[in-house]
Ligand binder design. Sequence first.
Ligand SMILES: Nc1nc2c(ncn2[C@@H]2O[C@H](COP(=O)(O)OP(=O)(O)O)[C@@H](O)[C@H]2O)c(=O)[nH]1
Ligand SMILES: [Mg+2]
Ligand SMILES: [Zn+2]
Length: 378
Amino acid sequence: MPSVELEHLGWDAHFAALTQEAVTENASLKDSQPGRIGRVDRGTCVVFTKDGTIAATSNSQISQDIVAPVTGDWVLVSHEVGIGWVIDSILPRRGELVRRDPAVDVSEQTIVSNVDVVAVVHGLDRELLPAQLERLLVVAVNSGSRPIVVLNKADLVSLEELKHLKRDVGEIAPEVEVLATCVMGDVWGLELLEAQVDPSQTLVLIGTSGVGKSSIARALLSRGGRTSPEVEQQMKSIRVAESASGLPEKGQRVSPARGQHTTVARDLLLLPKGGVIIDTPGLRAVGLWDGDEALDEVFSDIAQVAQRCRFRDCSHRMEPDCAVVAEVVEGSLSKERLERYLKLWEELANLAQEREEHERKASRGRHRQKTSKKVRRK
Ligand SMILES: Nc1nc2c(ncn2[C@@H]2O[C@H](COP(=O)(O)OP(=O)(O)O)[C@@H](O)[C@H]2O)c(=O)[nH]1
Ligand SMILES: [Mg+2]
Ligand SMILES: [Zn+2]
């Protein structure tokens, strides 16, 4: 991407103020400049700045940031002689999409940050799994963003079927906007998706692999008359500048027009009408991390009825005067939906317990370390 206005990348007064704060706290940041992370590849980040796209290293030892950068982050970067571009600081996130880290014990993993709208994409070439959709919606709501559902590959079903499917999804996601798109052949439905974000907002596409997230991103980019080479350029071949030696020379501004180029893919894309879209790889295992409130928001139908249960902490299993069970018996609430709600609820309860235990062990470890240091000092 050549130079862009930071505002088109989602920069606003909020992040400007955070930058000021960061500089006030740490004077060495005064020469750093803001940028937004477009992709992270093993410690190397594609960063969009107002002067162009750069490759910056995120070295937690250099940057002293405990958190690892993710796509969507606003960062402060500076150029260091002999090292290249370095991420000095990650600005506090305004919301993040978080799941339980599938690889690390009792830990969270941030997928993307600073997004305004989360589109949960489902492909109509496959069965709709309510539990999967609900789980992704909880993750979306928990990020503080507005969730929507996109039923893609709408060309594969009849209009009648589409109507039924939309109604089914409406029952699973009562207060969520549901859109249908087709991005193969006769492309349609994209205006409504495009209209979900203002020119300064960020939309992220999540969902399992193969539902059509990248195809939607590509189709959105081609709107406004962009040719496909231009689109492919934005999607894939962003060229990250390096000097011939691989290290920028002293005082040299690295610009995409100079030096050797390597090709790096990226996930954060600029929409023709303004606004940013982030494509994500397919999410397979999505364990919840936090989200009690988000759970009740996604299952607002159950949460509402639950207010009439006799006990405030009713588990809707066997307590007397449980309004939720009463509605299931009556048939006005789906038993399957309640079961799915309780399952997620249990997952969150177990997680809370595991985290507590983990914390306790960790603090015991810290305590031991401290006391052994004291002993040594004696
Ligand atoms: N029929 C149909 N196929 C689609 C549509 N969108 C995507 N596909 C196909 O679905 C497959 C997966 O798409 P892709 O964008 O890679 O999915 P991703 O894994 O979610 O990024 C590809 O073969 C696409 O051509 C659509 O609207 N209709
Ligand atoms: Mg993809
Ligand atoms: Zn109850």
